[in-house]
Write a protein that binds this ligand. Structure first.
Ligand code: SF4
Ligand code: SF4
Length: 534
C-alpha cells in the first residue's frame, strides 16, 4: 500500500527499485549476474524513470504549462473511455471491470510480471486498475469530489501520477491470465489496454515502435518492417529459390491469385526475420494442394495490427484495409498465419468493429491451426515422425489459446509428428504463462525497456522452459520450443540470447509449420537444431 499512497507525489525519484535479489531465482539452472546497471545520470535528467527506473518513452520532460495540459487531457480521456459515443469498442467490459472489483487480489498470483518480479506491489494486476479507479472517483463522482480520501478517492491526477500510469500501462502484456483467476471476471488486461488507448488517442503518447515505426509505417509503406510491395515480391522470389535449394523442388508461391479459396495473412516480420517459416507454409500448402494466395497489395502481406495493443483508430484503419484486400481478391476466407495478436484482431475484435451492413462480413476469418491439422491428418502428405526425434515442448500463445480456445489442433499435430518426444509445459493451455513479450514488448527497444522485459517480464517463462527440459538439459541433446505466434517467437529468441539457452543447453525454437515440414518423408529434413535461426 506504500506504493499506492506515494503514487501521485510529485517527484522524479523512482517509486520502486528493481534488484536481482528480489526477482524469482533461475537457480539451479542459471547463476545470473546482477546486470541492472543504473541508467546514466543524463537519462535521469532528461527522461522520466519515476515508476521503477525503467522506461520505453524517450521523450523529454514537458514544461509546467504542458504538464497542466496533459492533466486536463488525461481527465478528458477518462471521461471519453466511459462514454458510449467515444468508446464504441470496449465500453461495457471496461466499465464493468472498473466498477465491480472486490479487491480480493486473487489475480495477483496469476500474473507472470508480478510473480517474476518477486511480487512487487506495483505490478499486481489490480494495482494500476485501482489507481485509475481512485482518480476516476476523485474527479467524476459527487462523493469523491466532496469527500476525497475519506471515500477512497485519494489519488490526485498529478503529472507524476499520470506519467507513472503511462509506464504502468506498459508493464502488463495484456495476456489476460489474471481474468481466469478473478472470482468476478474483472479484465485487468483490458483496463491496461484502455489506458494505453487513452494515452495514444488523447495525448499522442505511445511507444515509437508501435506507433511511428508500427501502425504509421504499416499504413504508409505496407508493412511495419518498412517492406513495400516491390521488396515483398523480391523476397517471395528469394524464398522460392531457397525452397528449391533446400528441398530440390520448384514451388511457385501464389501471389494475387483472384478467386483463390484462401488469402493467407502472415505476420510481416516473418518475411525478414524468419523466411524459413514462410517457406515451410509454402511447401506445406503446395504439397497439400491448398487453393490459396498471398497478396502483394500494400498491407496485404503484413497481417500485424499493432492497434490491438493501444489504439482503436489505428486498429480499425489497418484491419479494414486487410479485409478490403481479401474482398477485392474474391477469396472465401482470410486465414491467419502464426501470429497471436492477428488472431485476436480478426477473429475476435473485428466483430465489434465491422458495421452489420458491411459486405466485408462475407469473408470468413479463421485461424491457420485447424487447417494445418486437417492437412496433417488427411493422409495427403507422407510424414515420418522419427524426423522429429528430439525433446519438443510448445509455448501456448495467450491470444490463440486463452482468448480463442484453440488448444487441440496444434497438440494433435505435434503428437502425430513426433515419436513420443512431446512434453507439455506446466501450466499449459488456457493457464499458460505469457512469453513475456506480448502486447508489443518483444519489439519495444527504446531506452532501458528491453532490460526490464528480458529480466522481469520473460523471467517466469524462462524458468518454466528450463523446468520442462529439466531431465534433458545436457547440451548434447538438441531441444525445440515451438511457438505458434511470431511475437512469442521474438520473445523466446530474446530469452535464448539473454540467458544463453542455446549455448548452455542447446535449446532452439521455431514455428509450428517448420516442425511439420521437417517431418515430411518425401523431402529432406527442414530443421537444423544445431543452429539458431538468427
Ligand atoms: S481477483 Fe478480481 S476482484 Fe479480486 S482484486 Fe483481482 S480483479 Fe479485483
Ligand atoms: S493481463 Fe497478464 S500481464 Fe496483465 S496484469 Fe493480467 S496477468 Fe498480468
Amino acid at each position: 500500500m506504500e506504493s499506492l499512497r506515494e503514487f501521485a507525489k510529485e517527484t522524479k525519484e523512482s517509486l520502486v527499485k528493481i534488484e536481482k535479489e528480489n526477482l524469482i531465482s533461475l537457480a539451479p539452472y542459471i547463476d545470473e549476474e546482477n546486470d541492472f546497471n543504473n541508467p546514466p545520470d543524463e537519462w535521469r535528467e532528461k527522461y522520466n524513470l519515476s515508476l521503477d527506473g525503467f522506461s520505453g518513452f524517450p521523450f523529454p520532460e514537458p514544461s509546467e504549462e504542458e504538464k497542466t495540459k496533459i492533466i486536463e487531457k488525461f481527465l478528458n480521456g477518462i471521461e471519453k473511455l466511459l462514454n458510449p459515443e467515444s468508446n464504441w469498442t470496449f465500453l461495457k467490459p471496461f466499465s464493468l471491470s472498473l466498477k465491480y472489483c472486490v479487491k480480493c487480489n486473487t489475480c495477483a498470483e496469476a500474473c507472470h510480471v508480478y510473480i517474476g518480479s518477486g511480487k512487487k506491489e506495483i505490478y499486481r494486476p489490480n494495482f494500476r486498475s485501482e489507481i485509475l479507479r481512485r482518480i476516476y472517483k476523485r474527479y467524476f463522482t459527487p462523493s469523491g469530489k466532496l469527500l476525497k480520501s475519506f471515500v477512497g478517492a485519494d489519488i490526485e491526477a498529478t503529472y507524476t501520477a499520470i506519467r507513472r500510469l503511462l509506464e504502468l500501462a506498459y508493464r502488463c502484456t495484456l495476456c489476460r491470465r489474471c481474468v481466469l483467476y478473478c472470482p468476478v471476471g474483472i479484465d485487468n488486461g483490458l483496463i491496461a489496454r484502455e489506458l494505453r488507448k487513452l494515452f495514444s488517442q488523447e495525448l499522442g503518447m505511445a511507444p515509437v515502435e508501435v506507433y511511428k515505426k508500427g501502425t504509421r509505417l504499416h499504413l504508409k509503406t505496407g508493412s511495419s518492417t518498412g517492406m513495400g510491395p516491390t521488396a515483398f515480391r523480391d523476397i517471395i522470389k528469394f524464398i522460392e529459390e531457397e525452397i528449391h535449394e533446400k528441398i530440390g523442388k520448384k514451388i511457385t508461391i501464389p501471389v494475387d491469385k483472384k478467386g483463390a479459396d484462401i488469402l493467407l495473412l502472415h505476420n510481416g516480420g516473418e518475411y525478414l526475420a524468419w523466411p524459413d517459416h514462410i517457406a515451410a507454409f509454402s511447401i506445406l500448402f503446395d504439397l497439400a494442394g491448398i487453393n490459396y494466395t498471398l497478396s502483394s497489395e500494400t498491407l496485404g502481406y503484413d497481417g500485424v495490427n499493432y492497434g490491438a495493443w493501444y489504439d482503436d483508430v489505428e486498429l480499425a484503419r489497418v484491419g479494414l484495409r486487410h479485409l478490403q484486400i481479401a474482398y477485392d481478391l474474391g477469396v472465401k476466407k482470410l486465414v491467419i498465419g502464426e501470429c497471436g495478436h492477428s488472431h485476436k484482431v480478426y477473429t475476435i475484435i473485428f466483430d465489434r468493429i465491422l458495421p452489420a451492413s458491411s459486405p466485408l462480413w462475407n469473408i470468413q476469418r479463421e485461424s491457420c491451426l485447424p487447417l494445418m491439422w486437417e492437412i496433417v491428418k488427411s493422409g495427403r502428405i507422407k510424414f515420418d515422425p522419427m524426423r522429429n526425434n528430439f525433446p519438443v515442448t510448445m509455448h501456448d500463445s495467450c491470444n490463440i489459446v486463452r482468448l480463442m480456445g484453440i488448444m487441440n489442433p496444434q497438440r494433435q499435430i505435434i503428437k502425430a509428428l513426433t515419436p513420443g518426444t512431446f512434453r507439455e509445459m506446466n501450466p499449459n493451455c488456457s493457464y499458460n504463462y505469457c512469453c513475456g513479450g506480448g502486447s508489443g514488448f518483444a519489439i519495444i527497444r527504446s531506452l532501458n525497456f528491453p532490460v526490464w522485459k528480458n529480466k522481469v517480464s520473460i523471467r517466469l517463462k524462462t524458468k518454466q522452459i528450463l523446468e520442462t527440459f529439466d531431465d534433458v538439459l545436457d547440451k548434447n541433446i538438441p531441444k525445440l520450443v515451438v511457438a505458434t505466434c511470431s511475437n512469442c517467437k521474438g520473445a523466446i529468441r530474446d530469452m535464448i540470447h539473454t540467458y544463453r539457452l542455446f549455448d548452455r543447453f542447446k535449446i532452439n525454437y521455431s514455428g509450428l509449420a517448420e516442425l511439420i515440414v521437417n517431418a515430411i518423408a518425401t523431402i529432406p529434413p527442414f530443421l537444423n537444431l544445431e543452429e539458431l535461426p538468427e
